[in-house]
Design a protein around this ligand. Structure first.
Ligand code: NAI
Length: 414
């Protein structure tokens, strides 16, 4: 197996190896019932998914899981090494792998009432609210194919003893690369988007672009959250010779990890943002981070700072950000996550601009769903399901909510 190090001493497993070669823990899991219903809410990949089978996170390609179950002839055989367990199960390929997720008539709300396992992705989130959890009498396991399970009411999952697992580490490099791209080239410091649009229009006026283009060297960059992604962003910024790299996180980095990137912890968030030229958001969405970047916090940002948020849209107040960009208090806002997904056509973040007509680096939610990432999170989701089916303990790092309690420390201080 291939394991890369993590700043907090954990490990990130790449999914090239057999899921059964991992060490097991003593956590106990319920054995899956026979004839269980697995409900997967994915997005429709349409033409692209038919042409590109590596688009695994789509209703068409079903994370590769449907094929796998079919291949097993609805009779699942364990790893063949130490267990050979046959579980009869039916997966409802087609109807129950669906993108229809909003409203009482959606497939999601119709089928959640008797599903035992729910598979979702953050890219097309099936919002599992407290009300839906109360109706989901059979639900035992939620698998997030990806990272970030805030679309599930985690407190209600704790109360109802529904486990929530995600494929930790599966797309953290993909996101960290997107963050650095956003900071550096694509949009913000270098004012790239207006420069390219000028070229497409047939115009040429260097001064209109250069008046708002800067080097990253010598700037101060700070991350809100220094976990797997936040730390990787800092690692990737080291060669750019920033003036300083700061982080705000209630969990301090181990000294050696902080030292190796030269990261300085700032214990007060207002204090940190007031020093930063660029702020990047890399913490999960939970009660303590919803609306964290609001009018009040933005007042403490340096005038003309850049903000990159690939964590979750709702961590930033939509209208406060739009106002700050429009006034020029922020020079740019970039990210791929939205408070509602898919974002409505008239969402202000689609078109907001700074006073010079630039500074908008918004894209659809895709930074963590590169084809490389999809291979990893599809394999990870399958491995979680497989473990569940044969009653094998799960990777501890993947467990957000265990039986009746939070296992992850990343979703707020408790
Ligand atoms: P992680 O669990 O490794 O790190 C999260 C860090 O945030 C932890 O160190 C935690 O202590 C810190 N944190 C939590 N609450 C905080 C607060 N109030 N203030 C400051 N720090 C706080 O998670 P990872 O893998 O780094 O992912 C972070 C988030 O990024 C995910 O939860 C998800 O929402 C988002 N994400 C987005 C993707 C995309 O495609 N745009 C893909 C993957 C993740």
């Amino acid at each position: 197996s291939c394991i890369s190090s993590d700043p907090r001493g954990g490990s990130i497993i790449s999914f090239t190896s057999s899921p059964f070669s991992k060490p097991l823990t003593t956590l106990e899991f319920l054995h899956a019932d026979t004839n269980m219903k697995v409900l997967a809410i994915l997005y429709d990949g349409k033409e692209a998914a038919l042409q590109e089978p590596r688009l695994l996170g789509t209703t068409e390609n079903k994370l590769g899981i449907a094929d796998w179950l079919q291949k097993e002839g609805h009779e699942f055989i364990g790893d063949g090494l130490d267990t050979t367990l046959c579980v009869q199960h039916s997966i409802y390929i087609g109807r129950q792998v669906s993108s229809s997720k909003e409203g009482p008539d959606s497939d999601f709300q119709k089928h959640i009432v008797d599903a035992e396992v729910l598979i979702t992705t953050p890219f097309h989130p099936g919002y599992l609210t407290k009300e839906l959890i109360e109706k989901a009498k059979n639900l035992k396991l939620c698998i997030t194919a990806g990272v970030g399970s805030d679309h599930i009411d985690l407190n209600a999952a704790v109360d109802h003893k529904i486990q929530v697992l995600e494929v930790s580490g599966s797309n953290v490099v993909s996101v960290a690369e997107h963050v650095v791209m956003s900071i550096l080239l694509q949009v913000l410091v270098r004012n790239f988007m207006p420069a390219h649009e000028m070229i497409e229009r047939g115009d040429w006026q260097v001064s209109d672009i250069a008046r708002n283009a800067f080097d990253l060297e010598g700037k101060v960059v700070g991350t809100i959250g220094a976990g797997r992604i936040g730390y990787r962003v800092l690692q990737r910024l080291v060669p750019f010779d920033c003036k300083s790299l700061l982080y705000y996180d209630y969990a301090p980095l181990p000294a050696a990890a902080a030292q190796s990137v030269g990261a300085v912890r700032v214990e007060d968030l207002k204090e940190m943002v007031s020093q930063c030229d660029v702020v990047t958001v890399n913490c999960p969405l939970h009660e303590g981070t919803r609306g964290l970047v609001n009018d009040e916090l933005l007042k403490h940002f340096k005038k003309g700072a850049w903000l990159v948020n690939t964590a979750r849209g709702a961590i930033c107040d939509k209208d406060a950000v739009a106002r700050a960009l429009k006034s020029g208090h922020l020079s740019g806002y970039s990210g791929d996550v939205w408070n509602v997904q898919p974002a409505p056509k008239d969402h202000v973040w689609r078109t907001m601009k700074n006073p010079l007509g630039g500074g908008n680096g918004m894209v659809p939610h895709y930074s963590g769903t590169t084809l490389d990432a999809q291979a990893r999170y599809a394999a990870g989701a399958k491995s979680i399901l497989e473990n569940y089916l044969i009653g094998k303990a799960q990777e501890p790092a993947n467990i957000i909510v265990g039986l009746g309690k939070y296992e992850s420390k990343a979703y707020g201080q408790r």
